[in-house]
Structure formats: C-alpha cells, structure tokens
Design a protein around this ligand. Structure first.
Ligand code: ZN
Ligand code: ZN
Length: 128
C-alpha cells in the first residue's frame, strides 16, 4: 500500500512539472522540476514514469535531428519547436508556415511536414 501511494505521489509530481512548464523537458529537467513536489524522486522513477505517461498518450517523446537528448512534452495539437544550439533548451513555436503546398514539387502529394528552428534562447542570447 505504502509503495503504491508513494508511486502515485511521484507520478503526480511529474505530471505537475509538465503542467507548469511552458517548454518540453529532458529527463534531467523533469527530475529537477518535479523534485519541488516530491523530494524523494529519483531518476529511475522519472524514466519509468515518462515511459508510462507516453504509453498512456499523455506525453510524447521528441527526438530531434542532431540532438543527443530526448525531450518529452504533453501530447497536444500540431506545432513546431525552436532549439537553442548552446544549452539545447527546447521551446514551443506557435504557428505553422502556410505556404507548404506552394513549396511542394509539382505532381507530389504533401502529407506531413516537420520544422525545427535553431538559434539562441533568451539567456544564451544575452550572454553571447
Ligand atoms: Zn540556451
Ligand atoms: Zn506545421
């Protein structure tokens, strides 16, 4: 019983961290944020819970080209990302290019797209 209650608390701490974060997070960011709600939280639990929340469809896993780390974010509507090339912080981009059909080669049927913006985040931009 005690174990179940503790797991629930840790899981809720992780969910809360995502609800409070405007940004997708890496497992180490999740650990840091969620610890303020459950201080006994360890990285093994974070990894296990992230996997579980993905399986349940509450989170999605993001693998970005050229990035070593995996990011997680809440499942939501179609959107894109901005990645900081220095600290690898990931940000959500609002909006989507409207002219993709115009860019599609003649005779091709566009089905989907991916878009990733690269640059410096506000704090890296300040110190650069
Ligand atoms: Zn940065
Ligand atoms: Zn789009």
């Amino acid at each position: 019983m005690g174990v179940i209650r503790r797991n629930t608390k840790q899981r809720e701490a992780i969910r809360l961290a995502f609800l409070k974060s405007p940004r997708p997070m890496t497992p180490s960011e999740v650990l840091r944020e969620a610890r303020s709600y459950a201080d006994s939280l360890g990285s093994a639990t974070v990894y296990r819970t992230l996997k579980l929340l993905c399986k349940e469809g509450w989170l999605v896993q993001l693998e970005l080209p050229g990035e070593q780390v995996t990011y997680y974010e809440r499942a939501q509507e179609h959107h894109h990302h901005f990645v900081c090339r220095l600290c690898h912080g990931l940000f959500k981009v609002e909006g989507c290019p409207a002219n993709l059909l115009e860019l599609t080669p003649a005779g091709c049927a566009l089905e989907d797209h991916e878009l990733l913006l690269y640059g410096l985040c506000p704090s890296c931009n300040k110190s650069a």
